[in-house]
Design a protein around this ligand. Structure first.
Ligand code: BGC
Length: 721
């Protein structure tokens, strides 16, 4: 992490009164901490979030500023970025986000969100990257570097073991240490150690009985001591619950959704506690040091402040960069009979499904964005085809309510559990008022019309999926199935037109068991930013060869998912992660449970062959791999090569696949490239709960190189002493 001149910090600190110090360490506006004008110390201005810089909210009240100058570039969600498996594009996304945040005058952007996707039902999955720590480590650190190269701080979130929205403010999570260190922490460790994230956000939940934002083990032992972190620790908005606990913990800034800023736990109550001698001023000083260090790193104060970058937003170049990300994030799940790409020269095309015409930017909770524009799939398709094709759109399924939360009002009461419940009940009340009969009649009518259209039209693209009524902060989904009777629609459309191209647009896996065998072609898109619809159309019509791969497994049934099978997900009160390290493909592959689509899966319009794997062991440096990849098809394309390691004989149970490296390579038709990769000794270790460290057990390891976790093309056994 960037070193700063610590004497400036001590000098400023020595001039500050206790009141001034305390002013710095808590929110003084909804997205702003206090400053000390007298000493030239500004407020830290913050904004959400992962998919772009959030619209402007009034400083003192939860009212929209209603400006026209806060439209921004809408980025592909973190899941979409992860689906590119491309570190350069993760950097690019960060670079755009950082520049836009700085352009909007922000100091901290509350991103990226990197919690492990433990269950397909977690409402915030769309904001997160993957089920796999290695993929997160690489992409999150690249993204953070991109953000911070703009003199804006990333605030990686939510630290830690925050994997469900149910009872999110209070649920107490626990798990074995091995899972903590092997699965849930590595992304955060890489974010602070490799990415150098200048700040980190504590999570809402409890961990081992203590609130994460006041947690001595997570924030103290692990983050500050083990990882030597000297950046700023910021609470989630309303994540602090006790003055003494927070003040004595390594937390630096308390933020909240409430607007009584002086009454925050680390405001007046803390001042009084210090006066009474209950809390030492040294504790406050430590926090102030971290905040001033952050300001120096951002060139907000100090000698470099004249050289601070100014950023910019909504540039054509940002939009073009985001198009590149969107293109590479689209995943071709299935393509029988080479149904895709479609020919552009078609006279009639039916586009069916509400998600073809839905704009997603403005939803999801704190990740909502006021997008300068968002190209829907339907718009993208029309833009690609032009006027010679007659495109007929039909919604096909019925969405009974358009707005669950009034977008701005929800957050003010989001930490008030009673108010939240009442709000939810009100929504259900509204829904119930619309009788089931009426809903079903509407569904039937739309379905029948759509099926008729599908029957009459040769080429049909059916665009289904989720929306931000389901992929949303504060709520987990209740069902793994597609909502709005979409399964029935898919079934009936496929019956009358088996050639239909199916597109699933969503932020989390959905059950595809009922139709994945019947559809010949299936394309997956996460919420893909302002250019998402354009990128999708380019893939469908072959202007772009798809090269995204799944950053998570898509199980056939919810009960296949270990978090559900072993019981504890989405409960109130407390949750124990019984599945331990067996998360995602680690579990499916080890126990041989076939998912609908496996981790790392994604097809291309071309094919690749793998050759000549050679693994050489170097005692100090690890294992050097070399191999060749050849594009054996007729079009240019990119392959994501994945390296998995397994340790068949070990004193503890290990998964048969653990991703330890990956690379993405672009090849012209017929082109072959030789690639080298290095697996550090740490790639072979596991976390030993007895010695409390990662250990490498000497013996044989299998190194597998493949196109997905279940499409291994080459392997070699190596002996490591
Ligand atoms: C979310 C955070 C977000 C914060 C500020 C909270 O509800 O959990 O991710 O950054 O609000 O909007």
């Amino acid at each position: 992490m960037k070193k700063v001149n610590e004497t400036i910090i001590e000098n400023l600190l020595s001039q500050m009164t206790l009141e001034e110090k305390i002013g710095l360490i808590h929110g003084n506006g909804i997205f702003r901490s206090g400053g000390v004008e007298r000493l030239g110390i500004p407020s830290l201005k913050m904004s959400d979030g992962p998919m772009g810089v959030r619209r402007e909210i009034k400083d003192q009240r939860w009212f929209l500023a209603c400006n026209t100058d806060d439209y921004v570039s809408y980025l592909p969600s973190n899941s979409a970025i992860a689906a590119t498996w491309n570190k350069d594009l993760a950097y690019t996304s960060g670079q755009v986000l950082g520049s836009e945040a700085r352009g909007r005058g922000k100091d901290i952007i509350l991103a990226p969100g990197i919690n492990i996707k433990r269950s397909p039902l977690c409402g915030r999955n769309f904001e997160y990257m993957s089920e796999d720590p290695k993929l997160i480590e690489e992409l999150a650190s690249s993204m953070i570097k991109g953000i911070q190269d703009n003199d804006v701080a990333a605030c990686v979130k939510h630290f830690a073991v925050n994997n469900q929205e149910t009872d999110r403010l209070a649920v107490d999570t626990d798990l074995e240490d091995r899972a903590l260190y092997e699965i849930y922490l590595p992304g955060f460790k890489a974010a602070v150690k490799n990415g150098g994230s200048y700040s980190i956000m504590g999570a809402y939940n409890k961990f081992r009985g203590e609130q994460c934002c006041e947690n001595s083990e997570l924030l103290g032992t692990i983050l500050r001591e083990e990882w030597g972190y000297d950046g700023a620790i910021i609470s989630d908005w309303g994540g602090v619950h006790d003055t003494k606990a927070a003040a004595n913990s390594p937390l630096d800034i308390e933020m909240d959704v409430k607007t009584n800023f002086d009454n925050y736990y680390m405001a007046k109550p803390l001042l009084e506690a210090v006066h009474k001698g209950e809390i030492s001023e040294d504790q406050v000083d430590k926090k102030v040091r971290n905040i001033l260090r952050l300001m120096l790193r951002l060139k907000m104060i100090g000698e470099e402040s004249k050289q601070r970058k100014s950023g910019t937003y909504n540039t054509i170049s940002h939009q073009q960069e985001l198009l590149k990300v969107a293109r590479e994030s689209i995943i071709l799940l299935k393509n029988e009979e080479d149904r895709l790409p479609l020919k552009k020269e078609i006279t009639k095309l039916a586009v069916i499904g509400r998600n073809a015409d839905t704009l997603h930017a403005a939803g999801g909770g704190s990740a909502e964005i006021k997008a300068l524009y968002e190209i829907s799939p339907l718009l993208g398709i029309r833009m690609e085809l032009g006027g010679n094709t007659e495109v007929t759109y039909h919604p096909g399924y019925y969405v009974p309510f358009q707005k669950v939360f009034d977008v701005i009002g929800w957050q003010e009461t989001s930490t008030d559990v009673k108010a939240e419940r009442a709000k939810r009940e009100e929504i259900w009340h509204v829904l119930e008022q619309e009788s089931q009969d009426k809903r079903e009649a509407e569904e039937k009518r739309l379905r029948e019309e759509a099926v008729l259209l599908a029957k009459e039209t040769e080429e049909v693209i059916l665009i289904v999926g989720l929306d931000h009524h389901h992929d949303v902060e504060g709520n987990d989904r209740v069902s793994y199935e597609l909502p709005y009777a979409q399964e029935k629609l898919i079934e009936e459309v496929l019956k009358v037109n088996p050639n239909t191209i199916l597109v699933v647009y969503a932020g989390s896996p959905v059950s595809m068991q009922k139709f994945s065998g019947k559809a010949k072609a299936i394309v997956w898109s996460y919420y893909n930013g302002m250019q998402g619809g354009k990128a999708l159309a380019e893939v469908l019509f072959g202007m772009v060869n798809p090269s995204g791969k799944l950053p998570e497994s898509m199980p056939k049934e919810l009960n296949d998912c270990p978090a559900h099978k072993y019981g504890e997900f989405g409960r109130e009160g407390s949750v124990y992660y019984n599945e331990g390290i067996m998360v995602g493909y680690r579990y499916y592959d080890t126990e041989d449970i076939t998912p609908e689509f496996c981790f790392g899966h994604g097809l291309s319009y071309t094919s690749f062959s793998y050759h000549d794997l050679e693994a050489r062991v170097n005692k100090e440096k690890g294992v050097f791999l070399s191999f060749s990849i050849r594009n054996t098809g007729n079009v240019a394309g990119a392959e994501i090569i994945q390296v998995y390691v397994s340790d068949p004989v070990c004193s503890v149970k290990r998964p048969i696949h653990e991703l330890k490296g990956f690379t993405k390579v672009f090849l012209q038709p017929g082109e072959e490239k030789e690639l080298m990769m290095e697996l550090k000794p740490s790639a072979f270790t596991y976390y030993c709960t007895k010695s409390k460290k990662f250990v490498l057990e000497a013996g044989e390891f299998i190194i597998e190189v493949g196109s997905s976790s279940r499409d291994i093309r080459m392997s070699q056994t190596v002996k490591i002493d």
